[in-house]
Design a protein around this ligand. Sequence first.
Ligand code: BGC
Length: 419
Amino acid sequence: MTDGMDDGTAGARANDGGGEERFAELSVKSMLSHQVATGAFLASRDFAPYRFCWLRDGSFTAFALDRAGQREAAERFHRWAGAAVAGIAPSVRAATERRLGGGANVASSMPPARYTVEGAVETDGWPNFQVDGYGTWLWSLSQHVGHWDAGPLADELSESLELACAYLEAVDLDPCFDCWEENGEAVHTSTLACVYGGLSAGAELLGRETAARKAGEVAEHIVSRMRRGGRFAKSSADGSVDASLLWLAVPFGVAGPDDAAMAATASEIEEGLQMDGGIRRYAADCYYGGGAWPLLTAWLGWYRARAGDLPSARRCASWVEHCYDTTGRLPEQVGGETRDPDAYRSWVSRWGRPAADLAWSHAMYFVLWDELQRPVPKASTNERAAAPPLAAMHLTARAGAPHPPKQTSQETLDQRGGP
Ligand code: BGC
């Protein structure tokens, strides 16, 4: 760190990048350590502003844990999310009905992006009106149900699933804050991809025809209205690229990895948003100096693996591996303090040092690592249909157990004496 502070990223370059399985195990361990008794995942344990559960971060973490064979942990998250949504049922219904009746969205009273770990809504100045998490949650649950044949869980949570799905149907193409919690006036392409994923999942889980129809409309809108100059654009108000556009291909499958506009988008993300081998969120980002994000670099690797470019995917994995510190933490971002020291310092004075260990970073590294164990054939673009063999199967095959219970990676780490 240039300013002499050690926020955990200082040891980031200490690893040699050669021990992929060890990093995968560290990430499973960290994800599990972010889950509290209620089933919620703290976005980060060590960064006070992130001691909440975001549907977005939590849903991707549950997805990664499913791929790690951690069925119970993922199930506990989905039960928690179902209860959180059921707990605010009147306001979800009111928002849905208001919108269906032609009324305007009222940002301050829309279902929140993040909850306390007890499932309560925190009323503070945070821009909470973000639609993507509800889509991502439905998608993640549908993945869980598909992976584990867990239909009864979907039945158990059906009231909350209906609420979330009807809400997405009502606000489908509306402006809201983006996945970085900014730009509340625009319609964001990656948010629409999450809405598409959620509506498709809702159609399948609940048999809702309206959801299937709306999913088709959202996909059509993305393809016909959210492109600029041969590639996808960040939003209705911003024609530049944002790394979250990768979500269109993986996991939501709005565009296949080989789709020309998608390939052009990924190339521009790789060229325009790269910093020392890692991927930044968007060009003008200055949050904690606007460094490179391990989770987005892993996402690019996931995309490259799906596009059949394994060397690029491995390079992304290797870059992320160099971001783990010597205690196994994986930060939200690296390098912001040197890229824009003033912006970095101004965020530090506001909120303290940035998140040195982020559950979502671990989740996306694990997904990439898992993907690299047995790449999915290039033609597959539907995540559910193409559900790759769980990495846990590899770990389990060696361990000789039918499912890797929670202790498996923990025991492995214990045996190896930790990081
Ligand atoms: C990011 C969000 C994320 C949250 C918690 C914010 O800085 O912009 O995407 O959900 O942190 O990790």
